[in-house]
Design a binder for this molecule. Structure first.
Ligand code: GLN
Length: 275
């Protein structure tokens, strides 16, 4: 079998003429060789053995086939923490850090937080890690996702209670000071679902198989029964959904309804407070 990368090639030569996005290639090289980013520089004269060339070739080949880097290496950084990820969960996105920041700003001492549709656990674990006094609950309908989320809480030493639940079903009668969610919000048939990393991510984490707002509607409708007076509901949503989500909140008993922009300047999180 011909290899993408020939044995004997040096790390310097490989990086001078990258076969794919240089950042992606660097991550994959480090992973295949078990070295750090610094190692890539200090060992730039290192020539790949037959075995190493085969390992590097295999990883680059997978990336060229479209597979997300995070799934190939099995991890992704989020909010300064390391998360284990696999095809059973959405890859944590930098814009979701905005939701964590807004939640931390609103969390009272020893506050009770609920993360709905936790996936990899990124949001719940980041909150619990930053605020060990908080009582964090995270739920998901996918047992595979919950297994990954549990591992991530352990990896990061975060205390989170995980529940297998289809939205509100497993939390009847429970109250929270803050509810957060990054639910599936891409509409059925949206072309983004057929592009890039999204092709490899679980459809159930990305799309509601409807107009993109059905999960958001369910959360907005159900949250008041579980929110303490003055408690906030904060939701991530798509680039063009802030007006629709504000309207959903305003049509119910929420006050201070507003949206916040991510680093790309997109209205990305919308929330309201129970009066
Ligand atoms: N932010 C993701 C994307 O557009 C979608 C995540 C979601 O549906 N919750 O790639």
């Amino acid at each position: 079998m011909t290899m993408l990368v020939a044995p004997g090639i040096t790390l310097m030569a490989l990086q001078r003429a990258p076969l794919l996005d240089p950042v992606d290639q660097r991550i994959l090289l480090c992973h295949a060789l078990g070295i750090s980013r610094t190692g890539l520089i200090t060992q730039s004269d290192r020539a790949l053995t037959e075995d190493e060339a085969a390992r590097v070739s295999a990883l680059l080949q997978r990336r060229l086939g479209g597979e997300p880097v995070a799934y190939i290496v099995g991890r992704r950084e989020f909010y300064g923490l390391d998360f284990s990820v696999g095809p059973g969960v959405l890859i944590p996105r930098p814009e979701t850090e905005l939701l964590v920041e807004l939640a931390l700003e609103r969390l009272p001492p020893r506050g009770r937080v609920l993360d709905m549709g936790t996936g990899s656990g990124a949001i719940a674990v980041a909150i619990a890690h930053a605020r060990p006094d908080a009582q964090v609950t995270a739920l998901d309908v996918s047992p595979d996702a919950l297994a990954i989320a549990r591992r991530n809480a352990e990896l990061n030493g975060a205390k989170v209670r995980f529940l297998h639940s289809d939205w509100f079903t497993a939390i009847a009668g429970e109250g929270f000071d803050l509810i957060v969610s990054n639910p599936p919000y891409i509409a059925a048939g949206d072309r983004h679902l057929a592009e890039g990393d999204l092709r490899f991510e679980p459809a159930g984490a990305l799309t509601d198989h409807a107009d993109g707002l059905s999960a958001l509607r369910t959360i907005v409708a159900g949250a008041p029964a579980h929110l303490a007076p003055g408690g906030w509901l904060l939701m991530e949503h798509g680039y063009d959904q802030s007006a629709a989500v504000q309207a959903l909140l305003s049509s119910r008993s929420y006050t201070e309804v507003q949206s916040w922009h991510d680093l790309a300047g997109i209205a990305r999180v919308t929330g309201g407070r129970l009066s």
